[in-house]
Design a binder for this molecule. Structure first.
Ligand code: VG1
Ligand code: CO
Length: 548
């Protein structure tokens, strides 16, 4: 093998955030930015000589070039085999599935998920461990530490590998296997849900669905599963051709960015069921006819109806949600008498709970839902789960939600994002909140919108119940006497300035009060959030960039 040792120097700022390292494409394009980070990953791992690595990405601009770079570095660093998706493609949940199924040592996923792509867009990379899940903080911190002391990286002097054809080739001593990116994942999903019943519903002619792949990675998965295997009419998948720049769109499945789907679902002749996924296929948005399902509610509904799907017919071990996610799922867990866990934001915190068999379903308010079938959130999985529930219950999406709220009460919920805020202003805002934490509990705040009794205030810290690891400063929580709460945190996935996320939640038990418009129901809390954090004054923004 022609291994080349290339001298390099540390590059500042290679610290993985909520989900890997994300930067502008223009940053990743500069050699040795990617090379350094990949070497830092390999330097953080033990005993991988001769082992299998899974490699793939969401197909965004720079994916193909980065895959070639990583293949050569994997060969030079002594991996035995790489399973790479054809043309370098693997959705995030599919990568997790492949790692688990083929008992790989780990995997590298190239994605900036919901961030825009293209030459001026974002790129990202993260490492997943042998359980198929995102590396825990212990490893991401080791990668960061290693990135700070690099003196060399290893690569191979070899031509690029042809990734268009399935099959095996050699790259030095490395065996490169180009695999179908869809097959393993589709097979796994087929084993969990009642494809006969879902297929009958989709072919019935009386039920129509619209899945918006947003020109991102799920297009081929959606075609294979919804159209080929389940027999849905061809028009059931829109924007199903993956594009390197996502067609110039923002592949984030929320009511703001998935505007075509929202327009379709609110039209006079709207389909019965709508859904969208994000850049790398791990998120999902669920929409009924003229009715948007809040991700926190979606997790609760799936938990409450889980036994309708064959893969979960035996019941759930427990559920977990990220801290800012609403407590709707907690109410279901309580009724079912199963465990309920609250973790910091980011899927990496669910891995231990899933591995230990403590939970079966997990979810985040950011449109992430998943289960123990893989160790990532899974967009198409969530859509199939909903279809399975709809096929069994024969109710509309809205009717299922209204029925759910009647049983459990409604957790009105919204997230307000302030994107591209000046970093110093955002950090100042968080410090200002931290400074109030000690004195807030017990205070009565009088605002024109009402009187608010603060019961608790803290900066969320998490102790992993499985390995005891502690994660601090995971978001400022202010809880009120009536169970409402406001949470503030800064995003760990952005690449420009800071993004402030304000999470608002209010619980209402009385079904007569379940038809209030969400922003109106949360009006008092929105005013309180501004009062506590000084959002307008500190960010100079009158309104959020995105409301979900
Ligand atoms: C966001 C979401 C978080 C999610 C993460 C990765 O993180 O809030 O819930 O796990 O993105 O999702 P942050 O730090 O920006 O709030 V994905 O689909 O972008 O990999
Ligand atoms: Co994603």
């Amino acid at each position: 093998m022609n291994v080349k040792t290339i001298a390099t120097r540390p590059i500042a700022g290679q610290r993985p955030g909520t989900s890997g390292l994300r930067k502008k494409v223009t940053v990743f394009e500069q050699t040795p930015y990617l090379e350094n980070f990949v070497q830092a990953i390999f330097d953080s791992l033990d005993g991988y000589a001769g082992q299998t690595l899974v490699l793939g990405g969401d197909g965004r601009y720079h994916n193909a070039a980065a895959i070639q770079t990583i293949l050569k570095m994997a060969a030079a660093n002594g991996f035995g085999r790489v399973l790479v998706g054809r043309r370098g493609i693997l959705s995030t949940p599919a990568a997790s599935c492949v790692i688990r199924k083929h008992r790989a040592y780990g995997g590298i996923i190239l994605s900036a998920s919901h961030n825009p792509g293209g030459p001026e867009g974002d790129f990202g990379i993260k490492y997943n461990t042998g359980n198929g899940g995102p590396a825990p903080e212990k490893i991401t911190e080791a990668i960061y530490a290693n990135s700070g002391k690099l003196t060399r990286y290893l690569t191979l002097d070899a031509p690029d590998v042809d990734l268009d054809l399935l099959g095996s080739t050699k790259l030095g001593d490395l065996q490169v296997e180009v695999i179908d990116p869809v097959a393993d994942h589709a097979d796994l999903l087929a084993s969990l849900f009642d494809f006969d019943k879902i297929g009958a519903l989709l072919r019935s002619g009386t039920f129509r669905m619209c899945f918006d792949a947003m020109h991102a990675v799920t297009g081929p998965y959606a075609h294979e599963i919804f159209i080929k295997r389940l027999g849905a009419p061809a028009g059931s998948v829109i924007n199903g051709v993956p594009l390197e720049d996502f067609g110039g769109g923002h592949p984030d499945p929320n009511p703001t960015y998935a505007e075509q789907l929202i327009a379709t679902m609110f039209a006079d002749d709207a389909p019965d069921f709508g859904a969208a996924s994000d850049g790398d296929g791990d998120r999902n948005m669920i929409v009924g006819r003229r009715f948007i399902v809040t991700p926190s509610d979606s997790l609760a509904v799936l938990a409450a109806n889980a036994t309708l799907a064959p893969g979960y017919a035996g019941g759930l071990a427990g559920v977990a949600r990220s801290m800012p996610t609403s407590a709707a799922a907690d109410r279901v867990a309580e009724k079912l008498g199963i465990g309920c866990y609250e973790t910091p934001t980011g899927w990496k915190f669910f891995g231990n709970l899933l591995d230990a068999g403590k939970v079966t379903l997990c979810g985040e308010e950011s449109a992430g839902t998943g289960s123990d079938h893989v160790r990532e959130k899974d967009g198409v999985w969530a859509v199939l789960f909903w279809l399975n529930v709809l096929a069994e219950r024969k109710l509309s999406v809205e009717a299922i939600l209204r029925d759910h709220w009647k049983t459990y009460g409604r957790n009105y919920y919204s997230r307000h994002d302030y994107e591209g805020v000046d970093s110093a202003a955002a950090n100042g805002l968080v410090e200002h909140l931290r400074a109030q934490l000690a004195t807030l509990p017990g205070r009565r705040l009088e605002l024109p919108q009402g009187t608010f009794h603060v019961k608790s205030a803290d900066d969320f810290a998490y102790t992993d119940p499985v390995d005891g690891s502690v994660s601090t400063k995971q978001g400022i929580r202010v809880g009120l006497a009536d169970g409402s709460r406001v949470v503030f945190r800064l995003s760990g996935t952005g690449t420009e300035g800071a993004t402030l996320r304000v999470y608002l939640e209010r619980y209402v038990a009385d079904p007569a009060q379940h038809a209030i418009e969400t922003q109106q129901a949360l009006g008092g809390l929105i005013a309180l959030a501004d009062q506590l954090a000084g959002i307008r004054e500190r960010t100079g923004r009158d309104t959020p960039t995105v409301i979900t």
